[in-house]
Design a protein around this ligand. Structure first.
Ligand code: PMP
Length: 401
């Protein structure tokens, strides 16, 4: 007899479960295309050189382990919000744009969602079908009552279902929160065009919806930080009030340091004090105080032009490698005469590709070839390299015979 006897076991988190199974797999040809982490062409995690350099600055003699302010390290949140929104110093000075340091992107979404429930009385949120699987859990845990979806991926054409997307947004009730991927949509790798973003903004404005951008991959879509921020900056230019989460897990390779930022964009100076005080209460009641290391490392880079330029060049190298792998996978599949069309592999952007492989294909690939990917057919392109790409393409070709 135990007080815990009635606890029901939850489903394992697919992506972490697969990583565990992959690590236990003894087959020498195994390939991990699951978790969203960058890998070098040698298949190794990448400790970005400028991050290492910045860390040695962070770890100089002045470091201590005092608490940071509840809303985080200001040199970090300011620079992070600027990275996202461009020249906003005036808005930052008046306070209508401010950042809250968060436990990476997930934590930013969590704090933002709880704020929307508690203080804007939001009950309904919308997410794309498909989306990153954690959106649903984070928003429901934050107190949202109604999880709704908007169409995004057209299975048949393997492209964006823009009409469906617009129709679903147009039917959303006032004050519904719309989760939008700022760039490099996870898992489909499909982003709206600039004209499509304009239309989305129009519908959101007309129906009085609340945009919540999720920006986990700035720099990882095009390799250009400015270009990848276009959608969010467009909403800013149109006078929207919105929230935006940022993760520095991928673009700095700081996955486990949990460096993130939640930007608030408000229209009225009068609201700033109250909003900040209530976010402070949410953080205080959730984890009290943010961690130092990742935020200080990112801040050191963003506030030093030499470091920043080095980081930008590295981002470009990483995204170039992803693009080469996309091209090569497509070429290999086409040269093998693999059933189906493969242009979507190079049409998509960012770290992921939504291959169109079914759950049974995925299972076959794992059992026969020890190639691991998500049940949805999503692959992390970074898991591909010059040594395994032919093997993966041949395995897919065989699976689709
Ligand atoms: N949003 C999306 C769409 C993501 O893919 C991720 C990472 N997988 C995140 C947010 C947040 O990740 P993290 O908490 O590691 O920053």
């Amino acid at each position: 007899m135990s007080i815990f006897s009635d606890v029901e076991e939850a489903q394992p988190i697919e992506v972490f479960h697969l990583v565990k199974v992959f690590n236990e797999d003894k087959d020498p040809s195994k390939v991990n295309l699951t978790i969203g982490a960058y890998r070098t062409d040698e298949g190794k995690p990448y400790y970005i050189p400028v991050v290492k350099e910045a860390e040695s600055v962070v770890l100089d003699g002045t470091l201590n382990h005092e608490y940071l302010p509840i809303l985080g390290l200001e040199s970090f949140t300011k620079a992070a919000s600027q990275l996202l929104l461009g020249d906003i110093t005036q808005r930052q000075e008046e306070g209508t744009i401010f950042g809250v340091q968060s436990i990476s992107g997930s934590g930013a979404l969590r704090v933002g969602a709880e704020f929307l429930v508690k203080h804007l009385k939001c009950t309904t949120f919308y997410y794309s079908i498909p989306t990153w699987e954690n959106h649903h859990l984070i928003f429901m845990t934050s107190g949202f009552q109604d999880a709704k979806t908007y169409r995004y991926w057209n299975e048949e054409t393997r492209s964006l279902d823009f009409d469906g997307f617009c129709e679903d947004l147009s039917n959303a009730p006032e004050n519904a929160v719309i989760i939008l991927h700022g760039c490099a949509h996870n898992p489909t790798g499909l982003d709206p065009t600039e004209d499509q973003w304009k239309k989305i903004a129009e519908i959101i404005k007309e129906h009085k919806l609340i945009p919540f951008f999720d920006n986990a991959y700035q720099g990882f879509a095009s390799g250009d930080l400015e270009k990848d921020a276009w959608s969010v900056r467009y909403f800013l230019s149109q006078g929207f009030e919105f929230l935006c989460s940022q993760s520095f897990a991928k673009n700095y390779g700081l996955y486990n340091e949990r460096a993130g930022n939640l930007t608030f964009v408000l229209n009225s100076v009068e609201d700033v004090k109250a909003v900040k005080s209530q976010v402070t209460m949410i953080v205080r009641g959730m984890y009290s105080n943010p961690p130092n290391h990742g935020a200080r490392t990112v801040s050191t880079i963003l506030n030093n032009n030499l470091f920043k330029n080095e980081w930008i060049n590295t981002l470009k190298l990483m995204t170039d490698r992803i693009k080469v792998m996309r091209k090569s996978l497509r070429e290999n599949l086409e040269n093998l005469g693999t059933t189906g069309t493969w242009n979507h592999i190079t049409d998509q952007t960012g770290m992921f590709s939504y291959t169109g492989l079914s759950a049974s294909h995925v299972e076959y690939l794992r059992n026969k070839y020890h190639i691991y990917m998500l049940r949805s057919g999503r692959i992390n392109i970074c898991g591909l390299n010059t040594n395994n790409i032919k093997y993966v393409a041949e395995a897919i070709a065989d699976t689709l015979l």
